[in-house]
Design a protein around this ligand. Sequence first.
Ligand SMILES: Nc1ncnc2c1ncn2[C@@H]1O[C@H](COP(=O)(O)OP(=O)(O)OP(=O)(O)O)[C@@H](O)[C@H]1O
Ligand SMILES: [Mg+2]
Length: 229
Amino acid sequence: MPNIAFISPKGGAGKTTAALLLALGLAERGRRVALIDSDPNKPLVRWAGLPGRPERLSVHAAPTVPDIREAAAEARRLGPEWTIVDTEGSVRGAMVFAALRFDAVITPLTGSAMDAVEAIKASELVASFGKRQGNHLPHACLMSRVPAALKPRSLGAVVAQLRAREIDILPTPLIEKEAFRALFEVGGGLGGLERLGLRGVAAARANVAAYVDAVTAMIAPAQALRRAG
Ligand SMILES: Nc1ncnc2c1ncn2[C@@H]1O[C@H](COP(=O)(O)OP(=O)(O)OP(=O)(O)O)[C@@H](O)[C@H]1O
Ligand SMILES: [Mg+2]
């Protein structure tokens, strides 16, 4: 039962979108998924109030970090195979790993140098927390809102900055897609947008599938360790 947290000290980097897309992609593969919305603005709770939420995807509100434990307990009663926590874009939101045991933390960032600085900060927070707990907490950055036409090379400066600090970057970026924005207006998953006739949904779906594969591969070593021990 992997627990994944999305954190970034900087707001608007794409956490909520990345959390929802991971949950939708997993639900599409038949997984039961619990999303914990630990943003006081409750974007995922609002999404869940729109029509079309897949039945095997539940959303639980945790308006503050201390609420996360209770929300996780509520989620556990539904027997999720994955628990995904979205946090608010602040250092306070980034303290989420004090509330729950996580298998991995993901920090979305856009291609800006300012985002890179914040992502490095997030990585340091995660590392120092892992050290205090006496275990290594896997952390990776996720390039998000990447223009489809942009070659990965164009993100070179940011990527180099992260790599120089040995910060992992998921091999699949999330592309800037109207469909991803529309999910929060229309509700439900990408299938519903396809039926509405929105353009570019097939490419969005392919992007999500590759992204879900990348996250699954990221947590595979930790999962194997858990099973062994
Ligand atoms: N891949 C994407 N394609 C298109 N729009 C995106 C994408 N990712 C994020 N956005 C848009 O960018 C804005 C910020 O994204 P999002 O809310 O996911 O970021 P966040 O990190 O959760 O922000 P906050 O820190 O405020 O919680 C939203 O309007 C969202 O719809
Ligand atoms: Mg958010």
